[in-house]
Design a protein around this ligand. Structure first.
Ligand code: SAM
Ligand code: DTB
Ligand code: SF4
Length: 340
């Protein structure tokens, strides 16, 4: 038997692979139904991963992973009540509220990240929404990071149209704004803003021509149907987010979701695989949660189509794997940094 005939490519059960060929570009669909997404989640694990890897290979080099570094430029004291977040002022988590960092201090950190191989620099602020005067400093950070030759991403909370245009004019490449979960579960997690508020900001970002980075968190006690709903919201947008971070909840003492049972890591891998199949041209980011994940689970995430990660020992306030652990993992897997 030849290798080709030993690999069965004709049995994809639900939905047929041809169904992937509707939509605005070949293979990219925007009309996903909940039943179809649930059917993907329900596939035998091997069938799901095989299909995700096939889709992945149609669009990306399977051995390249995009590497971003995160910096919290404004930490803690946030007025929102996101039940997962160590930076919310509503919970006692031990995170101290700090002022916005000075531009030069941010650029010094960014230079270090670039010298260790990061190609994108993401700056996060614990704000419900930025004040106009804060944006002067953030725009200077964006310009400075671009001058270092890196792509820029910021996440600052809700934006008005005018604020979004200012960020665009400073040269911002990506805006991160997560929908976090399904519309149905959202009210269990955040009461100080609505799902529609999130979608409105994402609309401003898209209209301004900035690349959209939007995804969510799993492991907050949501049902699989909420993971289905979250991916449906993202994949039925008129244009898929260019970057889709899938975060495994980092459980932080003092936050309301800290007591939730940990999600089965294989369900996390399934979520990555379904995101890859539904949004074939997007970068799917294996985002928060790598610190406590085994090498084997991370390897399965890459096999399932994740092709972006955060590198460097800190996310915003919590730990991420040290460089040497990541380097050893990438060596074992033959993974290279995706060039710009
Ligand atoms: N305040 C802004 C906002 O919420 O849009 C930007 C910063 S906020 C910390 C960025 C994202 O971090 C959140 O949308 C959430 O998805 C993620 N995040 C926060 N805490 C997390 C946790 N404990 N585990 C996983 N992801 C988390
Ligand atoms: C995203 O989706 N995950 C990142 C980034 N975008 C801003 C943030 C993860 C934060 C994890 C908790 C912390 O370190 O505070
Ligand atoms: Fe504030 Fe963002 Fe944390 Fe929510 S996720 S509490 S908006 S910093």
């Amino acid at each position: 038997m030849t290798v080709e005939s030993a690999i069965r490519t004709d049995d994809y059960s639900v939905p047929p692979i041809a169904a992937l060929d509707k939509g605005t570009a070949p293979g990219v669909r925007h009309d996903w139904k909940e039943t179809e997404i649930s059917a993907l989640f329900d596939l035998p694990f091997n069938d799901l991963i095989f299909r995700a890897q096939m889709v992945h290979r149609q669009h990306f080099d399977p051995n390249q992973v995009q590497m971003s570094t995160l910096l919290s430029v404004k930490t803690g004291g946030c007025s929102e009540d996101c039940a997962y977040c160590p930076q919310s002022a509503h919970y006692e988590t031990g995170v101290k509220a700090e002022k916005l960092m000075a531009v030069e201090a941010v650029l010094a950190e960014a230079r270090r990240a670039r010298d260790s191989g990061a190609t994108r620099y993401c700056m996060g602020a614990a704000w419900r929404s930025p004040k106009d005067r804060d944006l002067d400093a953030v725009c200077a950070m964006i310009e400075g990071v671009r001058d270092l030759g890196m792509e820029t991403c910021v996440t600052l909370g809700m934006l008005t149209e005018t604020q979004t245009e200012r960020l665009r004019d400073s040269g911002l490449d990506y805006y991160n704004h997560n929908i976090d979960t399904s519309e149905e579960f959202y009210g269990e997690i955040i009461t100080t803003r609505t799902y529609q508020d999130r979608l409105d900001t994402l609309g401003h970002v898209r209209d301004a021509g900035i690349n959209v980075c939007s995804g969510g968190i799993v492991g907050m006690g949501e049902a699989r149907s909420d993971r289905v709903g979250m991916l449906k919201t993202l994949a039925t947008m008129p244009k898929h987010p260019e970057s889709v971070p899938i975060n495994m909840l980092v459980r932080v003492e003092g936050t309301p979701v800290d007591g939730e049972a940990a999600l089965d890591p294989l369900e996390f891998v399934r979520t990555i695989a379904v995101a890859r199949i539904m949004m074939p041209e997007s970068m799917v980011r294996l985002s928060a949660g790598r610190e406590t994940m085994s090498d084997e689970i991370q390897a399965l995430c890459f096999l399932a189509g994740a092709n972006s990660i955060f590198v460097g020992p800190k996310l915003l306030t919590t730990d991420n794997p040290e460089r040497d652990r990541d380097e050893a993992l990438f060596d074992k897997l033959g993974i290279e940094s995706m060039p710009l």
